[in-house]
Design a protein around this ligand. Sequence first.
Ligand code: DHE
Length: 546
Amino acid sequence: MPGPARRRPSIAWLAVTALVATLGVAQAQAEPPAITPEEFETATQVYFDRCAGCHGALRAGATGPNLFPDRLAEKGEGYLEAIIYGGLPGGMPSMGAHGILTMEQIDVMARFLLNEPPAPAQISLDQILETWQVQVAPEDRPGEPQHDLDWENFVGVILRDMGQVAIVDGTTHELVGLVDTGYAIHILRSSATGRYFTAIGRDGKASLIDLWANPPEVVAEVKPCYDARSIESSKFDGFEDAYAIVGCYWPALAVVLDGLTLEPLKMIGTAGYQRGAGAYVEEARVAAIVASHHYPEWIVNIKEAGQTWFVDYSRLAEPGQPLPITMLDTDLFLHDGGWAGDRYFVVAANALDKLMVIDAQERTLAAEVTAGEIPHPGRGANWVHPEFGPVWATGNLGSAEMTVMGADPEGHPEHAWQVVARIEVPFTGNLFLKTHDHSPWVFYDSPMSPSPAGTATVCAIDKVALETERCWEVPGAQDLGARVVHPEFTRDGSEVWLSVWGSMNQPSFIVVYDAVTLEEIDRIEGDWVRTPTGKFNVYNTANDVY
Ligand code: DHE
């Protein structure tokens, strides 16, 4: 249906509607506003790219609230435009103020949200097989590295909006190679040996990157879903690099792949009943996945089901390919997480402000801990504190706090899974923190801060005093309209790198700090450095150093 000509909202008008929204004054909206088929199609794509991660492919909500038209109709189109433009302190990004969406797109998105959502498609194994390609067969790959570089100190840098991964030498800071991957590429994981990076794009495309090739190259790829966030390799003794798994956001699916060719081997549907005797959830998204060192299995977190699954890959090579799955009830809104020591895996139930501590040896829920608002650990940070023993920390999206808890039930039972410090930081909007045994600091970002200064700031937190030592703005980041994100260490822990995440229209840089003195020692620059986000040192990623 053709829509009427649309007005362009002015910033002043948006400010007024934001105030109205903040004061909770509802604007009645009887009929869904008109939207043309072209606008609907564009909005569906924008929603998939920018909104589905938090609000769900079906708009049923998760990290963010549900975006069903019946709820939103009470709030009205002006409210929606204001929130999309300006964001909210709890983590909703300011899409307009940060130049992510234009005024026209915001206008279309507000109308799209007030109309019924489209039904997303399912996928079959045949469709997945059509996307599977092996560029270099395992038998044609080199038996040893084809370069003299210290490949275990390579850093894979995600160039998000370029759909590329840059392989950078962690020793020389030189670019070793650039490879094409999936759209809006999200994370990399190292295979057990470190030889391969597996990459996952938001479009569900998985790529296998061989670091022994000169230059590194994609040797296999497959697209097992339409929307994905996680990927992991098999790491148990005897199964190194043998298998990989992709966790999909849509369809509700995890797909087991051959680790050397990415051939799809098993599809595991995740739609089902929520923890306990809960409701049936059609959209049960796969969030963090980690490879266990205790058993030949992956620990797979199903967000809307509130369950953590232990997926046993040890018998995949047998005829009939049984794939035993142990389901543990944890809690809803599971998102990201990492190892606390080598026995416990901690995953954030983010919208509940909780951390689930999973005992990977016993396959039980060891504890639930209340963090700050919307904990977002990435992988978290591990170190040994002189009083509390081994501890584990998370940042929080919604509160200006780094939360530290005891993580050693055997040696320090009185502190285990108790919050031992809530360390004040200047900004909300943290996404990642990281540390290394050779650094006295935890490095802490705040790219989702509503304050532009916050988005460009990094903090160093004292691991012994348990207080913020220093926070500083990365010079030049604000001039690029960029956010400073994702600390990562080099293999020996002497340097920490942070991405200056600007727009794809101009190059930005990766800033390198001395991990002890906090001095800036280099900027990795070049025309290729566009939209850098996550960075993954091969050794640290393969060995879960964080
Ligand atoms: Fe991520 C980890 C999901 C937005 C960069 N992100 C994760 C994980 C999940 C997740 C489930 C854990 C994977 C694992 O360990 O197996 N991320 C989501 C979303 O749903 C969300 C909130 C919204 C979306 O639409 O995707 C989202 N993520 C982002 C970003 O905006 C970031 C900063 C840049 C980007 O890709 O757009 C981003 N996420 C990352 C990174 C990690 C990650 C770099 C891995 C951190 C690590 O150190 O291992």
